[in-house]
Design a protein around this ligand. Structure first.
Ligand SMILES: NC(=O)c1ccc[n+]([C@@H]2O[C@H](COP(=O)([O-])OP(=O)(O)OC[C@H]3O[C@@H](n4cnc5c(N)ncnc54)[C@H](O)[C@@H]3O)[C@@H](O)[C@H]2O)c1
Ligand SMILES: [Fe+2]
Length: 398
């Protein structure tokens, strides 16, 4: 199809910071690359799942085979970046005398490592007051050397300029932005992903798809994010089912890693929308993994949004491989909604919010609605969401 007549804001700014390298086996270059960045003694940040899967050892071995000194491996990260663990990570980095970091993991690890590096760069001992500021732009300076190996595909956190932090007491997730928080170098090595279980492959892939769809349809979408988000959609529709069914297919893993990274570059600039706002509330209140919440919500929110920006949803449908030439944009957009439902089934994600213990009556959903309506991402949703709209969307996803 032809790129349709679409509108975008007359002013936008574009950020594209980290260098990205891609190759199966790329981890063997980590020592050389860290030396180029000025790092000598590295702290590796990861989680127990990656240690148990033998993935952490693959990076430890690459470090040991280089001139880089290993200060230590911090594997205490859990689901979502938590302030107590961020603080413990910064203490670990200092006590071990590290001067650079490797983040090895999915979004929970990469977001924790980003926050640790901000504390190291600024000399802080507690991340809580920084998280409360939400946007850490004033006086922000480049941070110590930081290489990320994303191991889910995924969040795209290796390239985005924000981290999502879980406030355990408030049971709320907050996005915190800092212009230098993403890594200096994203090393995309798909061999690190062959042990990722099918279910996590599926729901992290739905997170990447949500970034791409919301990034291409948000109120801040513009031609650069269109180029990125639409191509990410093409890659995800082709390669996510293969990555789920053939875990050791390195080409499919690689295309998913690239799709996640590309979508990350897109949505980090054009932002997301209501899926993310509603999913953050579900993560904070009910502990639902981010990608799973997004996957369940995505078709319902798309269906709610299509009529507001039909030509953009038609582009999304086209990127999904649906023949849309000659169709009315809104009808084409509705086919994109159905395609997402079909993809969810194909990759085995058939759960609903009810299956995950989310309350089923309107009254009990109000705390979730209040968090979602205050989430920064809802302001970028193409269609204005009233409080009742948010409650209706949760009810539809039950
Ligand atoms: N900063 C951003 O731009 C951004 C964007 C989207 C989401 N997020 C945040 O990222 C977090 C979610 O990250 P995620 O979805 O990547 O999941 P995750 O990092 O929580 O990882 C999920 C599980 O997969 C395991 N795992 C990861 N890689 C593996 C591998 N290669 N082999 C075997 N096991 C592996 C981990 O051990 C963990 O148990 C959420 O907190 C979310 O809010 C951040
Ligand atoms: Fe996300």
């Amino acid at each position: 199809m032809k790129y349709p007549e679409i509108s975008f804001e007359p002013f936008f700014s574009w950020v594209c910071r980290p260098r990205v390298m891609y190759a199966p086996g790329l981890r063997s270059e980590v020592g050389y690359e860290m030396a180029q960045l000025g790092g000598k003694r590295v702290a590796i940040f990861t989680d127990k799942g990656l240690v148990d899967a033998g993935v952490a050892d693959m990076i430890v071995e690459a470090v040991r085979n280089s001139d880089l000194e290993l200060a230590g491996v911090f594997d205490g990260i859990v689901q979502d970046a938590r302030i107590d663990i961020i603080n413990a990570g910064a203490k670990f980095y200092r006590e071990k005398g590290a001067d650079c970091m490797i983040a090895l993991g999915g979004g929970s690890v990469m977001d924790t490592a980003k926050a640790v590096n901000i504390m190291i760069g600024g000399g802080e001992e507690d991340f809580a007051p920084l998280a409360a500021q939400v946007a850490l732009y004033e006086g922000a300076k480049p941070l110590p050397p930081h290489i990320a190996f994303p191991t889910t595909a995924g969040t795209g956190s290796e390239v985005t300029i924000a981290m999502v932090v879980l406030d355990v007491k408030a049971k709320a997730k907050i996005s915190v932005a800092h212009p230098y928080c993403n890594c200096d170098l994203a090393m995309l090595d798909p061999e690190l992903m062959v042990k990722l279980p099918a279910k996590i492959t599926a729901f992290t892939g739905m997170d990447a798809l949500t970034h791409a769809v919301e990034g291409a349809t948000s109120t801040s979408a513009e031609p650069i994010s269109d180029a990125l988000c639409l191509h990410a959609i093409r890659l995800i529709f082709k390669y996510l089912p293969i990555a789920v069914k053939e875990p050791d297919n390195v080409d499919a893993r690689g295309c998913m890693l690239l799709a996640s990274c590309i979508a990350g570059m897109g949505f980090s600039n054009s932002m997301t929308g209501a899926v993310h706002a509603l999913a953050h509330a579900l993560g904070g209140q009910c502990g639902i993994p981010h990608g799973l919440a997004n996957g369940i919500l995505l078709p319902h929110v798309m269906d709610f949004n299509v009529s507001e920006r039909p030509e953009r949803f038609m582009m999304v449908a086209d990127a999904m491989g649906i023949p849309v030439d000659g169709m009315e944009p809104e009808a084409a957009g509705r086919l994109a909604v159905q395609a997402v439902k079909d993809l969810l089934k194909e990759v085995g994600l058939t759960q609903t919010l009810k299956d995950l213990g989310v309350p089923t009556d309107r009254e009990s959903l109000k705390p979730l609605m209040e968090l979602a309506s205050g989430d920064s991402q809802i302001t970028y949703n193409p269609r204005y969401c009233e409080e009742d709209d948010i409650l209706d969307l949760y009810l539809k996803a039950l």
